[in-house]
Design a binder for this molecule. Structure first.
Ligand SMILES: [Fe+2]
Length: 128
């Protein structure tokens, strides 16, 4: 999965990206590929805290729960599985910055991404 940000703040998902670089254009303007952890912000509130418990992947953003205010919140949590499939939870201000995903029969590298509307993309990898 790759994520891009358009000139007007749109966030776009690209599932099953090609190996070579792609150019994403929104309304005639190039969108920038988001790079996890590239913003100067508190890692303990942004890097997803991930735990595998009884066939469930429990995710909290982050080790210290991220604020979920109207003007500063986690918009989405994505899980990318070893076969390239992706699941997502969309969040709203006021909700807990948490998600739970079914990982029954999942083996291999799983990447959890989250997007903060002010501090961008962050990720955590876990081997199942
Ligand atoms: Fe943030």
């Amino acid at each position: 999965m790759k994520l891009f940000k358009g000139a007007n703040g749109e966030v776009l998902e690209l599932i099953y990206p090609a190996d070579e670089a792609v150019e994403v254009v929104v309304n005639g303007q190039p969108a920038a590929e988001l790079k996890a952890g590239s913003t100067d912000a508190a890692t303990e509130k942004h890097v997803p805290a991930v735990k595998a418990v009884d066939g469930k992947l429990e995710v909290q953003v982050g080790e210290i729960a991220h604020p979920m205010l109207d003007n500063h919140y986690i918009t989405n949590i994505w899980v990318e599985y070893p076969d390239g499939t992706v699941e997502k939870k969309t969040l709203k201000p006021g909700e807990a910055p948490n998600a739970e995903f079914d990982i029954t029969d999942v083996n291999g590298k799983v990447t959890v991404y989250e997007y903060c509307n002010l501090h961008g993309l962050w990720k955590k990898e876990i081997e199942l």
